[in-house]
Design a protein around this ligand. Structure first.
Ligand SMILES: C[S@@+](CC[C@H](N)C(=O)[O-])C[C@H]1O[C@@H](n2cnc3c(N)ncnc32)[C@H](O)[C@@H]1O
Length: 228
C-alpha cells in the first residue's frame, strides 16, 4: 500500500480511539481557559486583518459560520465582532462544551449545530471559516462539504478555509502524521471554486521545517476567496 495512505489510515483510527481530533478545556482552571480564548481572539484578529486587506470585507454586522468549530475558540472570538455566528461540529460532546464556554462568557449570538445540518444554512452566512478540520474528513467527502460551504455563502461573502496537502515527500514519519490523515489537491479544489463562480482566490502556504531538508515543506494551505 502507498506509505502515505497507510499513515492516513493509522492516524484516523488513532484519532477515533483517543479523541485526538479535538481539544477539551472543561477541566482547566479559569486562567488556563482564558488563555485558550485569548488564542482564539488573536487568531481571529489576524484573520480579520488579512481578509480586510485582501478583499475589503469586514466582520462587523455580518453572519459567520465556523465548520468544525470544536470547543468554540474561534466562534466566541467571531461572536464578539459579527452579528451572529453558527458553530458546526460533528461531535455532540464538543458542541455541549462549546455551549458551556459561551455561557461562561455571556455570549448569546451563537447557534451551535450538528454539522449534518449544514445545508439548512445555505444563503444565511457572509463568512465561512474552517481550521484544522478537513484533514479529519476523507478527501472526496471533504470536497463535497467544501463545495456546499462555498455554495451556501451569500453574494460578496468571504471564505477562509484551511486544508492539508499531500506532502511531496518520499520519507514519511510521525512528524507528519497530523497532516497525513487526509490530504487535498489544489487542482481539484480550484475547480470546485470555479464551479461555484469563484475564479480569484489567495493561497497562504504553510511550511514546516523538516530535519535534514534544505527548505521547509509546504503541506498546508489556507485559502481565502470572495464571491462575486
Ligand atoms: C482539531 S479540531 C479544530 C477545532 C477548531 N476548528 C479550532 O481551530 O480550534 C477538529 C474539529 O473538527 C471536528 N470534525 C471532524 N470531522 C468533522 C466533520 N466531518 N464535520 C464537522 N466537524 C468535524 C472535530 O469534532 C473537531 O472538533
Amino acid at each position: 500500500m502507498d506509505p502515505i495512505r497507510r499513515w492516513q489510515l493509522f492516524v484516523s483510527r488513532l484519532a477515533r480511539r483517543t479523541d485526538l481530533a479535538t481539544t477539551r478545556i472543561d477541566d482547566l482552571d479559569a486562567d488556563a481557559r482564558e488563555a485558550v480564548y485569548e488564542r482564539g481572539r488573536k487568531h481571529i484578529q489576524a484573520l480579520a486583518e488579512r481578509i480586510e486587506s485582501q478583499t475589503g470585507f469586514t466582520l462587523e454586522s455580518n453572519v459567520a459560520l465556523d465548520f468544525g468549530c470544536g470547543i468554540g475558540k474561534n466562534v466566541l472570538a467571531l461572536a464578539q465582532r459579527c452579528e451572529r455566528v453558527y458553530g458546526l461540529d460533528i461531535s455532540p460532546a464538543v458542541l455541549a462544551e462549546a455551549e458551556r464556554n459561551a455561557k461562561r462568557l455571556h455570549i448569546d449570538n451563537v447557534e451551535w449545530m450538528d454539522a449534518a445540518r449544514l445545508e439548512e444554512l445555505s444563503g444565511r452566512y457572509d463568512l465561512v471559516v474552517s481550521f484544522f478540520v478537513f484533514q479529519h474528513i476523507a478527501s472526496r467527502e471533504g470536497e463535497r462539504i467544501f463545495a456546499t460551504l462555498v455554495r451556501g455563502l451569500r453574494p460578496r461573502g468571504v471564505g477562509a478555509i484551511h486544508l492539508t496537502l499531500r506532502p511531496g515527500l518520499r520519507r514519511v514519519g510521525r512528524s507528519y502524521m497530523y497532516n497525513l490523515m487526509n490530504s487535498y489537491s489544489l487542482n481539484r479544489i480550484s475547480k470546485l471554486l470555479a464551479d461555484e463562480g469563484i475564479t480569484e482566490w489567495h493561497a497562504k502556504m504553510h511550511g514546516r521545517p523538516l530535519a535534514g531538508a534544505p527548505r521547509p515543506v509546504y503541506d498546508e494551505v489556507t485559502l481565502l476567496f470572495r464571491k462575486d
